[in-house]
Design a binder for this molecule. Sequence first.
Ligand SMILES: NC(=O)C1=CN([C@@H]2O[C@H](COP(=O)(O)OP(=O)(O)OC[C@H]3O[C@@H](n4cnc5c(N)ncnc54)[C@H](OP(=O)(O)O)[C@@H]3O)[C@@H](O)[C@H]2O)[C@@H](O)CC1
Ligand SMILES: Nc1ncnc2c1ncn2[C@@H]1O[C@H](COP(=O)(O)OP(=O)(O)O)[C@@H](O)[C@H]1O
Ligand SMILES: [K+]
Length: 508
Amino acid sequence: MRTIELLTSAEMAEVDRRAIAAGPFDGIGLMRNAGQAVASLVLARWPGAPRVHVLAGPGNNGGDGYVVARLLHESGVAVSLWASGKPRTGSDAALAAAECPLPVHDLAAFDAEPGDLVVDALYGAGLSKPLVGADARAVDKVAALGLAVVAVDLPSGVSGDSGRVLGRAFKANLTVTFARRKPGHLLLPGRELCGEVVVADIGIADAVVASIGAGTFANEPELWRAALPVPAIDTHKYRRGHVGVFSGGPASTGAARLSALAAARAGAGAVTVLSPGSAMQVNAAHLTAIMLRRTDDASDLDAFLADRRPSAFVLGPGFGVSEKLRDFALVVMASGEGEGPSGVEGLVLDADGITAFRDDSAPLFQAAGAANAPALVLTPHEGEFARLFADLAGDETLSKLDKARKAASRAHGVIVYKGPDTVIAAPDGRAAINANGAPWLATAGSGDVLGGIVAGLLAQGMPAFEAACAAVWMHAEAGARFGPGLIAEDLPQALAPVLRELLGDHAR
Ligand SMILES: NC(=O)C1=CN([C@@H]2O[C@H](COP(=O)(O)OP(=O)(O)OC[C@H]3O[C@@H](n4cnc5c(N)ncnc54)[C@H](OP(=O)(O)O)[C@@H]3O)[C@@H](O)[C@H]2O)[C@@H](O)CC1
Ligand SMILES: Nc1ncnc2c1ncn2[C@@H]1O[C@H](COP(=O)(O)OP(=O)(O)O)[C@@H](O)[C@H]1O
Ligand SMILES: [K+]
């Protein structure tokens, strides 16, 4: 089972309540199903483990652990059961503990042999403070012995909402979670500590999950595939969207050309590099299918808007932080006619395009909030995010997901908060976490390519949140498939097979 909604701990608790109310399973029934799913995976994956140590906490995560211990014991596995705290009287966990015939050892005395397997059922969704004392010592001992770990729901110590580690955390080989994944399975460092994540069906109907209207998603094609632009049979190049990319001066034109190529590869029918007069020659020497137009000031831009009806722009890569950048951005943001093919669909601000608004973002955000304004997409990496949203960046209580959401709402635009766990957030509250990238993408110019892909999709009329999500996934997929040796120049070309697969029958 792998569906794309991600549930916070509060949402999961609500799903549990509604599932229990809807039946057929009550709380202990769901817990037995959860324990069964974990025990089956342990038996399938580690059939030869000499001993399995089940570590059970005081809450329902521990309850799952008591079920696992009982089932493995019934299957003939040598099981040691170690408890940290006691289940509350009358809880489902207390029922599960009562059903388990094994002797319970105090976790403070935890010991194991190399080659043993650990089932971590200390804390899951209810993690509320850092691991200390016997819990922390168990984490260290397991790491020192190099034992394989199967985590129940989450590796204990990892917050399901933020992916952060509270104090210490297990590093699991396999994490078995229930009904849906949680944000902490995708956000770093949580993702790294989970190992492989398996979502087990414990008898909670999809309709129950759907009923809570979750707004957080794993960024996977299911989220946006249906919105991918497909050219009509009788289309022509301008109907496939026209992207304008602003170039920097003569010594910094490469970034714009990378964005331009990427926009074209993403399917824009026409792409024009808008170059200052001083850089026309160098741009002309390097462009073939991409068009070139001299654009020195706002009146040149107005003329381009009127003559060539561009539908999306990229502004920032290699441009230089300047008053001219701010002017261009505000001219574009004022040029959306909203309906019909004549209006500008969107502006992607990246790199210097973000930094240029660090001291005064209000005019930009206000323009983005106006009726019929083009969609604004901001693609900050960590440093750029901190420049534009210093208060959010510095707030330790917020997860990366929270920060991106708040920024999107403030900017009235889509935020692509980049990194190994890129978060895409829309002003309407939807958000997605990306996880298909690879460190090969950390190469100069990689972000410029991403901005171009977003614009290429926007220009073809794809809605901004979906366009940003699709661009992030395709960019990451292209980079991950290319692998070692990747440079930014490779990425536009590497997009083609990714796009072909996504379009399926539409690619013919
Ligand atoms: N029917 C269902 O609902 C189903 C639920 N399922 C399972 O339930 C799990 C959620 O259960 P849960 O809500 O009881 O939370 P859980 O993670 O066990 O922790 C809470 C306890 O631990 C304590 N505590 C927390 N952190 C601590 C720390 N660092 N150090 C020490 N103590 C700490 C905390 O103390 P408190 O915060 O109250 O002070 C409280 O006593 C979920 O992950 C899934 O595995 C499945 O069976 C499917 C059906
Ligand atoms: N370790 C990583 N794993 C996956 N993706 C990464 C990693 N590091 C960077 N990226 C991605 O690479 C791109 C880098 O963009 P950016 O930082 O703007 O680079 P540049 O300014 O050099 O173009 C972003 O899309 C980011 O998400
Ligand atoms: K756990």
